[in-house]
Design a protein around this ligand. Structure first.
Ligand code: NAP
Length: 267
């Protein structure tokens, strides 16, 4: 019966979310995906899509209500919707940073809060969130993105303890670079300060090259399936190139970690 579990995954129309949703659907799970524009993707995906913009509380409430008319239980919630914001701290406006957190942090928080009473009532559930390797380490010219992913780590780490007694399990997957539409969909700092031109270019070149050389996000979907099937999943699941190594190196050998990082970026 495990395969008949119901899953809701946000941002299921592209990249990592599409891989995960398709894999779970192919493995017999009852998958509901979400999109800001479900009509655009309805014929392209093999699972139903609900309308959801995670930056809108009204849209979240409508999505939750609609899902609960379709299924009385939610076994697995996957917070995956997210965007990338590039630019130095000085060049990014605070308004941009707030907006970014609305999607990457508050979106996941609000959806999770909306489904906690359902899962608590069931005395079961899994909440899996797509964090990032950048939620474990910092990278320049992506500070707000990195901060939003660090915030998710802290939030879900704490939630894991709070809901354990209700048999709700909380995990975060932390992908390194994977080839998706994240770069094309990314937002950029609206201001430009000449002093940063040289290192901004180096950082952008590094990110572009890394994404171009990155693999398809199949390993992320494999990990999520593993978490769902595991009776006692861990909290943290780094996945992809150097995702396990870098956080450990940062902790155990901070000097050489930073030197190596700056050398890699050619700063
Ligand atoms: N690719 C990587 O290298 C990488 C690495 C680490 C972590 N991640 C994380 O993986 C997650 C998925 O990113 P991706 O790389 O697969 O990018 P992607 O291909 O651009 O997919 C992003 C998904 O998020 C949805 N989305 C964006 N803004 C939304 C909003 N306001 N409300 C609801 N849905 C929204 C999009 O759906 P619609 O446009 O249909 O609404 C889309 O399905 C993100 O959380 C990202 O931070 C990616």
């Amino acid at each position: 019966m495990a395969n008949k579990q119901t899953v809701l995954i946000t941002g299921a129309t592209s990249g990592i979310g599409l891989q995960i949703a398709t894999k779970l659907h192919d493995n017999g799970y009852s998958v509901f995906g979400t999109s800001r524009n479900p009509a655009k993707y309805a014929d392209k995906v093999p699972f139903p899509l609900l309308a959801l913009d995670v930056t809108s509380t009204e849209s979240i409430n409508d999505c939750v209500k609609l899902l609960l008319t379709k299924t009385p239980v939610l076994d697995v919630l996957i917070n995956n919707a997210g965007v990338f914001l590039s630019g130095s701290i000085e060049e990014t406006t605070i308004e941009q940073a707030y907006k970014h957190f609305e999607t990457n942090f508050w979106g996941a928080v609000k959806i999770t809060r909306a489904f906690l009473p359902v899962m608590r009532g069931q005395r079961s559930g899994k909440i899996i969130t797509t964090g990032s390797l950048v939620g474990l380490i910092g990278i320049p010219f992506s500070s707000y993105y990195s901060a939003s992913k660090h915030a998710l780590e802290g939030f879900f780490k704490s939630l894991r303890f709070e809901v354990k007694k209700f048999n709700i399990q909380v995990s975060v997957v932390e992908p390194a670079f994977f080839k998706t539409n994240i770069d094309a969909a990314s937002e950029h700092a609206v201001e430009s300060i000449k002093d940063y031109d040289d290192i901004r270019k180096l950082a952008n070149d590094f990110a572009e090259k890394s994404i171009a050389a990155a693999p398809e996000p199949k390993p992320v979907a494999d990990i999520v399936l593993k978490i769902i099937q595991d009776k006692n999943p861990k909290f943290s699941y780094p996945v992809g190139k150097n995702s396990k190594l870098l956080p450990v190196l940062q902790l155990l050998a901070p000097g050489s970690y930073e030197k190596g990082f700056l050398k890699k970026l050619k700063f």
